[in-house]
Design a protein. Structure first.
Length: 138
């Protein structure tokens, strides 16, 4: 059986965990540039949201966080569980998250699932594919 020492390297897992924590902290709040700095500036970027799809950073995604800020007075994430796997300069994340929204006086707290693929290039991790889906209301 072949052993691959590049898979799930503890240093890589620690870096990606720290990256994910930064993503959750930066999730489009007031500093959209901080949030956008986490994304690959690539035409192959693919992002799915609940009922949304964006393809390409310059083409579509870079405008999405500002539109979300217009739709919601507050938006934030927290997470209860994550699983990170890696192979070399690529890692993938799965997480159970809670999305917190406020529109005027109405607050919405909803469980959601998040997955993402990140790639390390020039010493920096960036999201190359992302997906978040909010559970339908009960």
């Amino acid at each position: 059986m072949h052993s691959d020492k590049m898979s799930n390297d503890p240093q890589t897992i620690a870096e990606v965990k720290e990256f994910f924590e930064e993503f959750v902290e930066a999730y489009p709040k007031d500093d959209i540039d901080r949030y956008l700095a986490l994304w690959a500036k690539d035409s192959n970027l693919v992002v799915y949201g609940t009922g949304e799809k964006w393809v390409g950073y310059e083409e579509e995604y870079k405008y999405a966080p500002a539109k979300e800020k217009e739709r919601f007075d507050e938006i934030s994430l927290s997470f209860d569980w994550t699983k990170i796997n890696s192979h070399g300069s690529i890692a993938w994340i799965a997480a159970d998250v809670t999305v917190n929204l406020r529109i005027g006086e109405q607050r919405i707290v909803s469980p959601a699932r998040l997955t993402g693929v990140v790639k390390k290039s020039e010493g920096k991790w960036a999201i190359i594919q992302g997906h978040i889906s909010i559970a339908p209301p009960q």
